[in-house]
Ligand binder design. Sequence first.
Ligand SMILES: Nc1ncnc2c1ncn2[C@@H]1O[C@H](COP(=O)(O)OP(=O)(O)O)[C@@H](O)[C@H]1O
Ligand SMILES: [Mg+2]
Length: 441
Amino acid sequence: MSVLRRLGPPSVGGATEGAPPPAAGAEVDAVVREVLRRLADEAADPHGPAVEEMVDQVLAEASRTYTRAEREAILAAARDEAGGYGPLDPLLRDPGVTEIMVNAPGEVYVERDGRIQRTPVRFRDQAHVLQVVERILAPLGRRVDESSPMVDARLPSGARVNVVVPPVSVRGVAVTIRKFAPDAYRMRDLVAAGTLSPEMAAFLQAAVDARLNIVVSGGTGSGKTTMLNALSSFIPADQRIVTIEDAAELRLQQEHVVSLEARPANVEGRGEVTIRQLVINALRMRPDRIIVGEVRGGEALDMLQAMNTGHDGSLTTAHANSPRDLMSRLETMVLMSGAELPLRAIRQQIVAAVDLIVHQRRDRDGRRRVESITEVVGMEGDTITLQDLFAYAPPPGGGPARFAPTGLLPKALDRLEGGGRRVRHLLVAAGAAGAAGGRVP
Ligand SMILES: Nc1ncnc2c1ncn2[C@@H]1O[C@H](COP(=O)(O)OP(=O)(O)O)[C@@H](O)[C@H]1O
Ligand SMILES: [Mg+2]
C-alpha cells in the first residue's frame, strides 16, 4: 500500500477539531529521506531496529506532533525504503498479487486473481523508480542504462523482473515483476480452477508417463509454464530430469533434477550462455527427460532432435495462437537455427518429434483454459495433420462451450495404453460410448 493510501488522502483543512491534519505524501517523503540519510550516516542495519529509532528521533525533532497512525505509516514507509524495494515492497509481500507492473512513477498496476488493476502505489519520480531498480540489480552485478536498456533479473524470492529504461521505454522506466504462486499449481489445482477437465488431466498424466513429447502452446500469460510444471509432476521419481530455462521458474517436485539457466552477456559483452547451448549440453548429461521452459528460436531444432533421439517424454512450451500456428512457428524457429533444411524435412522432424500439443488460452476475464489437447498425427503431402483429442467447444447440439473429448482415438493409443495404462474410457464422449470409432484404429 502506498504511503498516501496508508494515511488516507491528504486532508484539505478537514481534520477534526484539535487533531493535526494527517501527514501528506510530501511530508512523509521528507521524513523518510531524513531517516534514510541518518541510517546511511551511521551505517546502521536497514533491516534492524535502528529504523524505528531513527523515525522516532526525526519525529521528535519535528515542529509538530504526529499521531500514532501517522507514525506507523511513516515507519512502514521507512522500513520499505531502507531495507527493500520501496513502494514495491507491500505489493511483493501481498500474496494475492501475482504480477506487478510499473508504467510510470504514478502508474503502478498489479494482477490479482488474473485481473489487472491499477493501484494507488506511487513512486516520487523517475529517479525513485531507478533507485529501486538499482537495488534489485546491484546484488546481481547487472545494470541497466542507455547502452543496455533492457534487463532481466530475479529477486531472491525467485520473482522475475524485467526492466526497460528510456528512451527505449518511451514513457519512463518500465518494470514488470512476475511473482510466483507460493505453491506451484498442481494438476488438481488446475482442474479445480476450471482450466481443464479431470479426464483431460488423467489423459495428460498417462501421456507423460508414456513418454509422449508434449509442447504446451498459448499466448503470453496463458499459463504455459504453470501447465508445464504441473505436467512435470507426472514424471516418475526414478528418472533423471534436466531443466533448461531463461530464468528458473519451474518448481519440480522430483529430487533427481538438474536445473540449468541461460544467461545474457555481461557488461563487456562476454559470457552469454544460450538456451541452445544448454540443450546441446544437456544431451551429454544423461537425462531421461529434458524440459525446456520455452523455445523461441534456434534451440527448437536441438529440442526436436533431442525428442527424436531417445529423449522421449520431453516437455516444452512455445508461444502460439493455435496448434496450427504452433506448427508454423516451430518451422520458423528451426530456420532461425541456421540449419539449411528443406521445409518438408523440417515438417518431418516436427511430426516425428512432437506427439501432443496442449493449447492454452487466457480469457479476457483472466481465466486460463486448455482449449485443446491436439495430437500431431502425420503428414498428408506437405501438410502436417493434427487432430484434436479434447476441445473446449460448444456441444454438437449447441449450448455453452465445455470440455469434451472429440471421440477420435489417438494414433499413439498403443503407447498411451502400454504398461497397464488405460486411456480409452477418457476419450469417449459422454453418451457416445460404443460410437467411439476413431478415424485412426
Ligand atoms: N490455470 C490457471 N488458472 C489461473 N491462473 C493461472 C493459471 N495458470 C497460470 N496462472 C497464473 O497466470 C500467470 C502466468 O502464468 P504462466 O504459467 O507463467 O504463463 P505463461 O508461461 O504462458 O506466460 C501466473 O501468475 C500464474 O500464476
Ligand atoms: Mg512461461
